[in-house]
Design a binder for this molecule. Structure first.
Ligand code: ZN
Length: 143
């Protein structure tokens, strides 16, 4: 869909070790070096991930964020950025805050339902207790 450049059969002209550029470098049309900061997180076969974060945060901000983080946190940071970017694209006003507040509303509704159910359990226990203490024959006190 992008460029119709020939990917000839056999790949005879391919230099040894020349990997295809990562999704970020491909979109930014630059050379993907071996130490490319994007490459581990934006593989060529998932171009939509970088397209989203680039659109929302901008490539240089993504780059800056990745550089500032220790390597073991970068994967999580990228997942979060991709999630937030997609949410922002879906809902330009609220972004992922929309999802958070809708989940918060669900929690409120479920907590209210739970409170009603717990009250019902208490009511049924009371009923059971009082009916077992008042047998129809006599009052059951003593004797
Ligand atoms: Zn790259």
């Amino acid at each position: 869909m992008k460029d119709g450049s020939s990917s000839g059969h056999g790949g005879a002209g391919r230099k040894q070790g020349a990997a295809p550029p990562c999704a970020a470098c491909k979109l930014l049309r630059r050379k993907c070096y071996q130490d490319c900061v994007y490459a581990p997180y934006f593989p060529a076969d998932e171009p939509h991930k970088f397209a989203s974060v680039h659109k929302v945060f901008g490539a240089s901000n993504v780059n800056k964020m990745l550089q500032e983080l220790p390597e073991h946190q970068r994967g999580d940071a990228v997942s979060s950025m991709v999630y937030e970017a997609n949410a922002r694209i879906r809902d330009p006003v609220y972004g992922c805050v929309g999802a958070i507040s809708s989940l918060q509303q669900q929690i409120d509704v479920l907590q209210a339902q739970l409170a009603v159910s717990q009250a019902e359990v208490v009511r049924m226990r009371m009923h059971q207790y009082s009916s077992s203490n008042q047998s129809p024959e006599g009052h059951g006190w003593g004797l």
